[in-house]
Write a protein that binds this ligand. Structure first.
Ligand code: NAD
Ligand code: DAU
Length: 365
C-alpha cells in the first residue's frame, strides 16, 4: 500500500477513507481520481496538502488514457474503487450514468490493472479492492441475512450496475488471475454524506423546519454502519483479505426508516434546545417529528437489507466499532457544526434534481 489510487475519493465514503488512510499510513502516496460530479466535493479533502503523499486528479474512470498514465507515472500498487453513481433514486430517474460509470468505468480500471500489473509481469504485491453494496443481493423478507453465498438479485438500476461491476471483478480474478477482492457493505452514515440521502436530508430539513418525506409506510429496514467502521473494514481487507474473495460488511444494526427519522427529530430538537445560536437561527415550536409526512413510495423499493458479517469478524477480526446511538449523535452534531458545508451544496445547483424528485418540497426550495 505504498502507492494507492483511490477513485471517487472526493465523495462521501471515499473522502472519509482518504482521510483515514492519510492518518493511518502517513508515508503512503494517495492519488485520488475523481470526476467531481454533483456528489464529489473537494472541500472534504481540504485538510490535505498536495505533495509527496497526496495528489488530486480531476478525471473520469472511463478515461482509459488518463487511467493508464496514472498507473504508469505513479507506479500504482493498490487500487480502491469507490467511484460510482450511488443514489438509487437518481438511477430510477436516469440510469445511463450508472451504466457508464459503474459498469464501464470499473471495466476500464480492471483493464488498466490487467495491462500494468499482469501483462507487465508485475502482479506480485498488487491489490485491487472494489467497493460494492449489499443492494446486489436484492430484498429480504422479515427474517434472514445476506451472506457472501446469497445469490445476486439486484432490483434497481443502481443495484444492477453494481452487481454487474462485481461480476466483472470476479471474472478478472478467475480468468486472468487479477489480485482483486470485493467488499459488499450496508448503508453508511456519517460526515460528508451528500445531503439528498436519508440521514443528512432528514437532519437538515428537520433543522430548517421543512417537511420530512418518508417513502411508503416507513417500515423499510436498512442495516446502518458508521462510515469510519466501513473505512477500517476496507483497510483490513486490503491488508489481510484473501484474493478472489468477497467480504460482507455491515453494522448488525437494523433500523426501520421511520424510527431513524423520529430519532433524528429528537436529536435535532435536543441540540437546538441547548444551543442559543441554532435556536435563534432556526426557531421551531414543538417537536420536529410533526414535520414527518409519508409520500409516494420509491418504485421497486427494497423492503429489508441485513448483512451477516461473520466472515469479516472471524477471518479478519473486524467488528463495527460504533454503537448506533453514539454514531448518529456524532453525525447529527457534525451537520449542526458544519452548516456551511451543506448550505453551499443545497443553495443552488441541485435545484433541478430536488424539483424532479420531490416536487420542490425539500430544503433549498
Ligand atoms: P458518493 O456518491 O458520495 O461519491 C461518489 C464519488 O465518485 C463522487 O466523488 C463522484 O464525483 C465520483 N465519481 C462519480 N462518477 C465518476 C467517474 N466516472 N469517474 C471518477 N469519479 C466519479 O458515493 P458514496 O456513498 O461515497 O459511495 C462510494 C462507493 O461505495 C460507491 O461505489 C457505492 O456503490 C459504495 N457503497 C456505498 C454505500 C453507502 O451507504 N453510501 C454503501 C455500500 C457501498
Ligand atoms: O445499502 C447500501 C446502499 O445504501 C448504497 O449502496 C447506496 O449507495 C446508498 O445510497 C444507500 O442506498 P439507499 O437507497 O438505502 O439509501 P437512501 O439514503 O437513498 O435511502 C435510505 C432509505 O430511506 C430507503 O429505504 C429509502 C428511504 N428514504 C430515502 C430518502 C432519500 C425515504 O424514506 N425518504 C427519503 O427522502
Amino acid at each position: 500500500m505504498d502507492k494507492v489510487l483511490i477513485t471517487g475519493g472526493a465523495g462521501f465514503i471515499g473522502s472519509n477513507f482518504v482521510l483515514h488512510m492519510s492518518r493511518a499510513y502517513p508515508s503512503s502516496r494517495l492519488v485520488v481520481l475523481d470526476k467531481l460530479t454533483y456528489a464529489g466535493n473537494l472541500e472534504n479533502l481540504k485538510s490535505l496538502a498536495e505533495g509527496k503523499n497526496y495528489k488530486f486528479v480531476k478525471g473520469d474512470i472511463n478515461d482509459s488514457a488518463l487511467v493508464d498514465r496514472l498507473f504508469a507515472e505513479e507506479s500504482i500498487d493498490t487500487v480502491v474503487n469507490f467511484a460510482a453513481e450511488s443514489h438509487v433514486d437518481r438511477s430510477i430517474l436516469g440510469p445511463r450514468d450508472f451504466v457508464e460509470t459503474n459498469i464501464l468505468g470499473t471495466f476500464t480500471l480492471l483493464e488498466a490493472a490487467r495491462k500494468h500489473w499482469l501483462d507487465a509481469g508485475r502482479a506480485e504485491g498488487k491489490r485491487f479492492l472494489h467497493v460494492s453494496t449489499d443492494e446486489v443481493y436484492g430484498s429480504l423478507g422479515a427474517t434472514g441475512l445476506f451472506t457472501e453465498e446469497t445469490a445476486y438479485s439486484p432490483n434497481s438500476p443502481y443495484a444492477a450496475s453494481k452487481a454487474s461491476s462485481d461480476h466483472l471483478v470476479r471474472a478478472y480474478c478467475h480468468t486472468y488471475g487479477l489480485p482483486a477482492v470485493t467488499t459488499n457493505c450496508s448503508n453508511n452514515y456519517g460526515p460528508y454524506q451528500f445531503p439528498e440521502k436519508l440521514i443528512p436530508l432528514m437532519v437538515i430539513n428537520a433543522l430548517k423546519g421543512k417537511p420530512l418525506p418518508v417513502y411508503g409506510d416507513g417500515q423499510n429496514v436498512r442495516d446502518w454502519l458508521f462510515v469510519e467502521d466501513h473505512c477500517r473494514a476496507i483497510e483490513l481487507v486490503l491488508k489481510e483479505g484473501r484474493l478472489g474473495e468477497t467480504y460482507n460488511v455491515g453494522g448488525r444494526n437494523e433500523k426501520k426508516n421511520i424510527d431513524i427519522v423520529k430519532l433524528i427529530c429528537a436529536l435535532v430538537d435536543e441540540r437546538a434546545q441547548g444551543d442559543k445560536e441554532l435556536r435563534n437561527e432556526f426557531p421551531f415550536e414543538g417537536s420536529r417529528s410533526s414535520l414527518i409526512h409519508f409520500v409516494k413510495d420509491r418504485p421497486g423499493h427494497d423492503r429489508r437489507y441485513a448483512i451477516d458479517c461473520t466472515k469479516m469478524e472471524k477471518e479478519l477480526g473486524w467488528t463495527p466499532g460504533h454503537l448506533f446511538e453514539e454514531g448518529i449523535r456524532k453525525t447529527v452534531n457534525w451537520y449542526m457544526d458544519n452548516r456551511q458545508w451543506w448550505e453551499r451544496i443545497i443553495s443552488g445547483q441541485y435545484t433541478e434534481y430536488y424539483s424532479l424528485q420531490y416536487g420542490g418540497r425539500l430544503a433549498g426550495q
